[in-house]
Design a protein around this ligand. Sequence first.
Ligand SMILES: [Zn+2]
Length: 217
Amino acid sequence: MALIIYSGGLDSTVLLYKLVSEGAADGALAVNYGQRHARELEFARCNCLRLGVPFEVADISGLRPLFGESSLTDTSISVPDGDYNPENMKSTVVPNRNMIMLSIAAARAIAIGSGSVAYAAHSGDHSIYPDCRPEFADAMAGVLKLCHYTPITLLRPFIGMSKADIVRLGADLGVDFSLTWSCYKGGLAHCGTCGTCIERRKAFEIAGIPDPTEYAG
Ligand SMILES: [Zn+2]
């Protein structure tokens, strides 16, 4: 049984459905770190309600001023358009985000008596985000084993999968992709032009699955 780190994004929604289908979901935890795309949290709540999974939000938005200049949290910096590449995506890094989220989720898992934390890291996660490297996740898995009297297991079932593989799995599991959010810019519709929107579009194309997302551009 696992506590799922759940943002309301495409990957973590498929993870939620997968664990529910296996009867392995203890709960879902979103971390509100002051991201401008807070709409994803609405979708997260909606999907958990549908599936009957307890949903909680860890609100650490009060820490936002400490995170420095990142376009994901600071509305005075614009999110770059175009494909992911090191130069245009550097401004979207929230420093050490995955360690913060894993740490909070491990604490919550311990508090609710869950033995595992699951998150949706996949093979396409970008080297521009140092805390998306497999070596980082391996090290965190080691830390989670040691952070409590009994080991907490870190589950990463998508680590060998591409985003297109995840879309295919989600389609098999009956995920309503229109209730998932990817765009880093926020707003009411996906922009269609930022790095994560481009990646989302490509994943549906490669998977051969109809994309129900309404893109603004
Ligand atoms: Zn976008």
